[in-house]
Design a protein. Structure first.
Length: 199
């Protein structure tokens, strides 16, 4: 049995931190897993910037409420889920994702969680497990699933390379150049066709 594992930000929805960077005028918050392979380092950097500017979860959630899925993402996901099983594997957080999952038709999402103080200050975060995307794919394979994976960032490469078929979607030139063996797509129709062929 097949199961498709998809990244969320940059693939199905815009990057939350980039949207928040634009809304707040803080350019440092544009940094994402496309730029920084070390997720722990990236999150500590982000939390430092938030504390410096007195920003917390309520301000981020206000921006998330204005974000819509990327054009064609909902239709892509609907057709994919009508064809096979699909899970979104994301390094985002429960506290960020719910409004976006609603707009995508409530797909299954495995992600992480934030530690938040009563005043809305983000004090830390909990990763669901180490190398969450790769660990999840290996777990699914151990349960008898064949996995197909797609993503755009450094933290997606583990699950993409460990799957029977894996694709880059709207990735960076640098990541594409590092992995010329991976098919790279820019349009949902092309990604869907490649997934269906891999099935």
């Amino acid at each position: 049995m097949n199961i498709v594992c998809l990244d969320m930000e940059g693939v199905l929805v815009p990057e939350i931190w980039i949207a928040f960077s634009e809304a707040t005028g803080i350019p440092e918050l544009r940094r994402t897993t496309r730029d920084e392979p070390d997720y722990d380092k990236l999150m500590k950097f982000r939390l430092g910037i938030l504390h410096e500017h007195g920003l917390g979860l309520p301000q981020i959630q206000e921006v998330i409420a204005t974000i819509d899925p990327l054009p064609g993402a909902r239709e892509f996901l609907d057709e994919l889920r009508a064809t096979t099983q699909a899970i979104i594997l994301s390094d985002t957080f429960e506290q960020f994702a719910q409004p976006l999952m609603k707009k995508l038709g409530w797909p299954t999402l495995f992600c992480n969680s934030l530690e938040v103080a009563d005043d809305g200050t983000i004090t830390g975060y909990h990763m669901r497990c180490e190398q969450s995307k790769l660990t999840t794919v290996k777990g699914l394979q151990a349960m008898g699933f064949e996995t197909i994976a797609a993503g755009d960032s450094h933290n997606d490469l583990g699950m993409i390379l460990a799957s029977k078929a894996g694709f880059l979607f709207r990735s960076t030139d640098a990541i594409r150049a590092e992995h010329p063996e991976l098919a790279a797509f820019e349009e949902f129709d092309d990604l869907l066709a490649a997934i269906k062929q891999a099935l």
